[in-house]
Write a protein that binds this ligand. Structure first.
Ligand code: CTP
Ligand code: MG
Length: 554
């Protein structure tokens, strides 16, 4: 029965729980998610930070070096885990060594040395390389110590491999799970991001012992894919002052306005990254933006970083997205499918501009899931989470942004009765926004209603934590039009598909529209957008060469 009945009418009436019974992969994912106790976001962040404190990253000759490295490291303390990864065209090999204790890392770092080359800056960090030993490996092998296996956890799955997997799926729901499971940020990707943050934190800790570099954004909110950027906020003194000591530190007064002082600080941090942090290059300062940032590439971990030094609201926003993604196992696969679709049809772009951002797209998905879908919402509103907040959930940033909402999902009594399949939800998402009145309405996640737009931005998504701000203020009217055309086209493609022929299902919506005149127009338009960005006083530089190549090829 299940083999023959594969037409869209049949699929339409299958619900999520039926799919669970049929497909092992989906069953596994849901079971895993449902059986896991919810770990609150900050607890997870602290766990990852602690893991990074107990780890070093060692460049090695090849993955086979792990035995020798294990024997060496184990003389400083118990090695808990080793993970190999490689990056680059001529691959560089690295092993993350996680110790049981933070003191083991301290010991191994104080026993480590610099090269004798006088032309290098002798910096200290948890990024090291393992020089070849004069002793024979065979001798080390004879040692009685048990050698851990070294997990090989490199790679970003190739686009072509993902495509093959999607073609082999039974239906669109399974395609969405497959896309999510095979492209989401994995454990090593996460460890590398926390080690990258740790490198910056320990560099500035000489002068600011309580400094913290917090990862936020897609690296930690559950919406990140392999290779995603690392958003970082550096807090120079992350201690809540409640100290009644009579001795107070002398401090340096701000020279000029808060903003100009902060820009100078960021400039200096940018110089430190450029001059002193091993592996960091391509430092770009975007200091005139509303939120000044420094971009840099850490090539030892292969991570592109966006560093800011403002308040913690980005981190609290990530907490909110992380919670929303944990409430129901369908949320993240749906977000991944929508983000992938938008990137494939050219609605999003790695560099910021007048197009919709991944963050805005994510909020669109969440707002859709907060609406009654077949009379049952899948997600609660932010106001519901705020209503259940406990005293310990109270977070207000120093500039007064109230980020208070329940942080522990185990205490939330919200359970949806909605059982729709992922494929139905995806189709309904496209349907919902193809009908949405962007001209006069704003999208709101605080309560499940559409508000009247308070001003004339093309697209208005109320910032859930700072209600006076529009998250999608950057979106131009042209980009909104393009968004509407693409969303209608995707809704139509999913609706009209009867058979699994050619690039079916998700793959069919990933294809750009075939109308060549429209494609040329939009390419031209995109080039104009990018060149406008270049002509601005503070040019936004390309994040990677893809966009540059795209522009050059146009
Ligand atoms: N953010 C925010 N308000 C905005 C823009 C961003 O609070 N107006 C926060 C969100 O927590 C967001 C994070 O900054 O997740 C990082 O923004 P961005 O890098 O643009 O989005 P990501 O979700 O990280 O997506 P991507 O994978 O494209 O980097
Ligand atoms: Mg990001």
């Amino acid at each position: 029965k299940l083999i023959y009945l594969k037409n869209s009418a049949y699929q339409k009436h299958r619900n999520y729980s039926q799919i669970l019974q049929e497909k092992n992969s989906i069953e596994k994912v849901t079971k895993r998610l449902n059986s896991q106790k919810y770990v609150p976001f900050m607890q997870e962040i602290n766990f990852r930070m602690d893991e990074a404190n107990r780890s070093i990253l060692v460049q090695v000759h090849s993955s086979q070096s792990y035995k020798e490295l294990y024997s060496y490291c184990n003389t400083f303390g118990n090695v808990k885990k080793m993970m190999h990864y490689s990056c680059g065209v001529e691959p560089m090999h690295f092993i993350i060594v996680e110790f049981e204790e933070e003191s083991n890392v301290k010991d191994i770092l104080s026993a480590s040395t610099h090269t004798e080359d006088s032309q290098v800056v002798p910096t200290y960090s948890q990024f090291l390389w393992f020089r070849a030993s004069s002793r024979k490996l065979s001798k080390l092998k004879q040692s009685k110590t048990a050698v851990l296996t070294c997990e090989d956890a490199t790679t970003i799955v190739k686009e072509s491999e993902v495509k093959d997997m999607l073609l082999k799926c039974e239906d669109v729901s399974e395609q969405m799970i497959t896309l999510y499971e095979n492209t989401k940020l994995n454990d090593v990707g996460s460890r590398l991001r926390f080690l990258t943050a740790k490198q910056l934190e320990s560099t500035v800790s000489g002068m600011f012992p309580n400094a913290n570099a917090f990862p936020f954004g897609s690296s930690v909110n559950g919406c990140g894919k392999m290779g995603c950027d690392l958003d970082l906020v550096l807090r120079l003194d992350n201690v809540k002052e409640n100290n009644k000591s009579r001795l107070i530190y002398h401090c340096k007064a701000y020279s000029g306005s808060e903003r100009s002082t902060s820009q100078r600080h960021m400039e200096t941090i940018g110089d430190i990254i450029h001059l002193f942090l091993p592996g960091c290059s391509q430092v770009r300062r975007i200091l005139q933006a509303k939120v000044p940032i420094i971009k840099y590439h850490q090539h030892l971990t292969n991570v592109e970083c966006d560093l800011s030094m403002t308040n913690m609201s980005g981190v609290y926003m990530s907490d909110f997205l992380y919670m929303m993604g944990s409430i129901d196992p369908r949320v993240r696969p749906l977000i991944f499918a929508v983000r992938k679709w938008a990137s494939e049809v050219g609605l999003t772009n790695p560099s910021p501009g007048r197009w919709i951002s991944n963050f805005s797209l994510t909020l669109l998905v969440l707002a859709f899931l907060q609406r009654p879908i077949n009379s049952e919402p899948i997600l609660p509103s932010l106001n519901t989470l705020t209503k259940f907040a406990r005293p310990e959930d109270k977070y207000i940033t120093e500039d007064g942004i109230n980020c208070t909402f329940l942080r522990d999902l185990n205490l939330l009594s919200f359970k949806t009765k909605n059982q729709e399949s992922l494929s139905d939800l995806l189709a309904e998402f496209f349907e919902f926004y193809s009908q949405f009145d962007f001209g006069s309405k704003a999208i709101c996640l605080n309560e499940p209603v559409s508000l009247t737009k308070p001003e004339h931005s093309a697209m208005y998504i109320v910032n859930p934590l700072e209600r006076g701000l529009n998250v999608s203020k950057n979106v131009s009217l042209e980009e909104l039009e393009k968004f509407k055309v693409e969303i209608r086209s995707a809704a139509w493609a999913l609706e009209s598909q009867e058979n699994k022929i050619g690039n079916w299902g998700l793959l069919s919506i990933f294809e750009r529209r075939n109308n060549p005149s429209q494609f040329t127009l939009s390419s031209k338009h995109r080039m104009m957008e990018v060149s406008t960005l270049f002509n601005e006083e503070n040019p936004i530089e390309f994040k990677n060469n893809n966009v540059k190549n795209q522009v050059e090829s146009i």
